[in-house]
Write a protein of this length. Structure first.
Lengths: 224, 114
């Protein structure tokens, strides 16, 4: 028998995925396609916000959607009614999407003629946070009924996101939700996090979110 | 499941390293696991046994886990304390402004093979 060898790796388990994600981002840059990764717990309003965003921007931008809901194709069907190209991703029961799965989905979707692709990630706050999908920006939604202490319970996702959308502000009067506290807790985890309180239902606050998104897309296409 | 996803990523990495180093059979993989990494070692081990059997390179590979203790630093009093025991509020001064120094690692340390 040959000699036993010890090979030192000393790297995060996610290092290979991180490299794949970097490569994918570089490719998206060349194609001038902006990939937004949207994360939240189930029911926070990812699909609703996505539909609203598409309705507002579809005349200005060519949009595509990757749906990664584990259970069914309902979200994909719903989004497809807006007329944009939509692909249902198959995560094989996995709790997250990695860069490899995202890349496959993008290939299937075809990104050459798209300006914006939104990835609706699997609904949970733990696993998607650990895997870089190759997205240009990461956004998460926290909805009012979930409470303001989520940044303390799930710190990692708040550190990897660029944007925190506080959704369902139309129900603020009925919940014991402290907007100032959530800001304080979230900024403790990530001082650069941008907060957008809004209601995907009534449309209140949507314009600030849409302005941010359009500006980011412009910047992505211009900087080299 | 979270643990299964992690196991798949370890296998992918080990297979890449295996190909680069022309390894025939991997006998053990050592993982450094932080106390608050969110990964349950028992879950990881059972996913491991199931998943490696499906590969040629790693079918006999055992998983060895080294635990890294979790430590939190307090910005209030500039001291470090044990995270698992005390949580996110500093036991020394009561400050909420604290951050994790170590303990969320999921690192691939080394591979034993021939
Ligand atoms: N009151 C209120 N309900 C909302 C809002 N946004 C979404 N919802 C509701 O929350 C539920 C879950 O929304 P959905 O978009 O499917 O969440 P997802 O699981 O994150 O995709 C649905 O019943 C939506 O109608 C909002 O801004 N206000
Ligand atoms: Mg949804
Ligand atoms: Zn202290």
């Amino acid at each position: 028998m040959d000699k036993v060898r010890i090979i030192e790796i000393k790297e995060s388990v996610f290092a290979d995925n991180d490299r794949e994600a970097e490569r994918l981002r570089a490719e998206l840059k060349r194609e001038k396609t902006f990939l937004l990764n949207l994360m939240s717990s189930p029911g926070s309003g990812k699909t609703t916000l996505l539909m609203r965003t598409i309705e507002a921007l579809k005349d200005k931008l060519r949009i595509g959607v990757l749906e990664a809901d584990i259970d069914s194709a309902v979200d994909a069907e719903k989004v497809a009614t807006t007329g944009v190209k939509t692909i249902q991703l198959h995560t094989g029961g996995m709790c997250h999407l990695d860069a490899g799965m995202t890349e496959q989905g993008l290939k299937e979707l075809g990104t050459a003629d798209l300006d914006l692709v939104v990835l609706e990630n699997v609904g949970n706050l733990v696993c998607p946070a650990e895997f870089d999908t190759g997205a240009v920006k990461n956004a998460m939604i926290l909805s009012v009924p979930e409470g303001h202490d989520k940044p303390l319970k799930y710190p990692l996702i708040f550190t990897v996101c660029d944007v925190l959308i506080i959704n369902k502000i139309d129900v603020l009067p009925y919940f014991d939700f402290d907007l100032d506290k959530v800001k304080e807790y979230a900024h403790m985890r990530n001082p650069n996090l941008k907060l957008f309180p809004l209601s995907a239902k009534t449309g209140e606050g949507m314009d600030v979110w849409l302005d941010w998104l359009q500006q980011e897309i412009k910047d992505w296409n211009q900087t080299t | 499941m979270h643990e299964l996803g992690i196991v798949f990523h370890i296998i992918k990495t080990v297979e890449r390293v295996g190909a680069e180093n022309k390894l025939v059979q991997v006998s053990a993989v050592t993982l450094e696991l932080g106390e608050v990494s969110g990964v349950v070692p028992q879950e990881l081990s059972s996913c491991w046994s199931w998943a490696v059997k499906k590969t040629e390179l790693m079918k006999e590979a055992t998983l060895e886990i080294e635990t890294i203790p979790a430590l939190t630093f307090c910005e209030g009093c500039q001291k470090t304390y044990e995270t698992v025991q005390h949580g996110r509020i500093c036991p020394l001064c009561g400050s909420e402004h604290t951050y994790l120094v170590q303990g969320n690692e999921i690192n691939l340390k080394e591979i034993k093979a021939h």
